[in-house]
Design a protein around this ligand. Structure first.
Ligand code: ADP
Ligand code: MG
Length: 297
């Protein structure tokens, strides 16, 4: 197993950032880590790479206990942090030499990485002179200098123009051929274009973790239901097979289920058991796009 995260929780002072997060990844998968701002993506990535510690849980990367041996783990992990911190006054090649020295990587790797990320024609330039897309390549080159087995990329495509986007996605796909890649994004189309698998995270909890092809042939049902009274979120949570829910207005809930069975009778029973009456109930079809929009909105 390349990545194994078990029951990780993280609180910053009073701000809950992750709650009981578990997932694992086999070798050679490209996983999209999808979620809105503040969902906990960067926090999870900093924990995976050993830069911050969770309050609870365990994290293994390539069978190494990241919490016990962060330095060992970092030898098999490549990490591109959010906002790609680069020394922009340095020349590309000089910057990569500097990074190689810090991480005690053999300098012979530098040219191979420059070529791999498509920087051959830019390597003699100052980083500042490069477009944002090429600057991202520099960050990715730095992340793969030590030929890591696992690559963690925090929003590698944010702020790129459409052409750069396509190029960086292509690069991520290429790197995914011999590495496990976890990259965060808030763009659903990106996940579809690049990933084998998607993990959707919101408010520090994983809502969905599925292979993309399975998600496309999903058993999702969306039901909009209005009760005669306002009810609490924790009651809705008790419904079986709930993937996500939203209180759209007063007594109306928009609930997504994943089930092979029709969930309408279940909702009727639920209402009766809780002394509620159903004033209206509509079912809707749901595709990948509407699901993503809803859970990440
Ligand atoms: P994402 O990367 O998905 O946007 P983050 O992991 O950055 O989410 O943040 C998750 C939550 O934790 C947010 O509510 C954020 O404000 C909070 N948070 C992140 N870093 C810190 C920090 N260093 N101190 C306090 N709160 C933080
Ligand atoms: Mg982030």
């Amino acid at each position: 197993m390349s990545i194994k995260v078990t029951s990780v929780s993280k609180v910053y002072k009073t701000q809950k950032a992750l709650h009981n997060v578990s997932f694992s990844a086999d070798k050679g998968q490209i996983i999209g880590f999808l979620g809105p701002n503040g969902a906990g993506k960067s926090t999870m990535m900093k924990i995976l790479t050993g830069f911050i510690k969770p309050n609870e849980g365990t994290v293994f990367v390539d069978e190494i206990d990241v919490l016990e041996n962060p330095l060992e783990a970092q030898k098999v992990i490549g990490y591109l942090p959010e906002h790609n911190p680069l020394y922009k006054d340095m020349y590309v090649r000089e910057y990569l030499q500097f990074q190689a020295a810090i991480f005690k990587v053999d300098k012979s790797q530098i040219e191979a990485c420059i070529e791999k990320v498509g920087l051959t024609l830019e390597a003699h330039k100052v980083i500042n002179q490069l477009s944002k897309g090429y600057q991202q390549r520099v960050g990715i080159a730095a992340a793969i200098l030590h030929n890591p087995k696992v690559l963690i990329l925090d929003e590698p495509t944010t702020g790129l123009d459409p052409n750069q986007l396509v190029e960086i996605r292509g690069l991520i796909k290429e790197l995914g051929k011999d590495k496990t890649v976890l990259f965060s994004t808030h763009i659903m189309q990106e996940v579809e274009a690049v990933c084998d698998r998607v993990i959707i995270i919101k408010k520090g909890e994983i809502l969905i973790d599925e292979q993309l092809n399975e998600l496309k042939e999903n058993n999702l049902q969306v039901i909009e239901v209005t009760f005669d009274y306002k009810i609490e979120e924790k009651l809705i949570k008790r419904l079986p097979n709930v993937v996500s829910y939203k209180n759209t207005y007063d007594n109306t809930w928009f609930v997504t289920f994943e089930s092979e069975d029709d969930m309408r009778p279940v909702i009727f029973d639920f209402a009766q058991e809780n002394g509620l009456k159903i004033l209206s109930l509509n079912t809707q079809n749901k595709n990948l796009e509407t699901l993503f929009r809803e859970v990440t909105a």
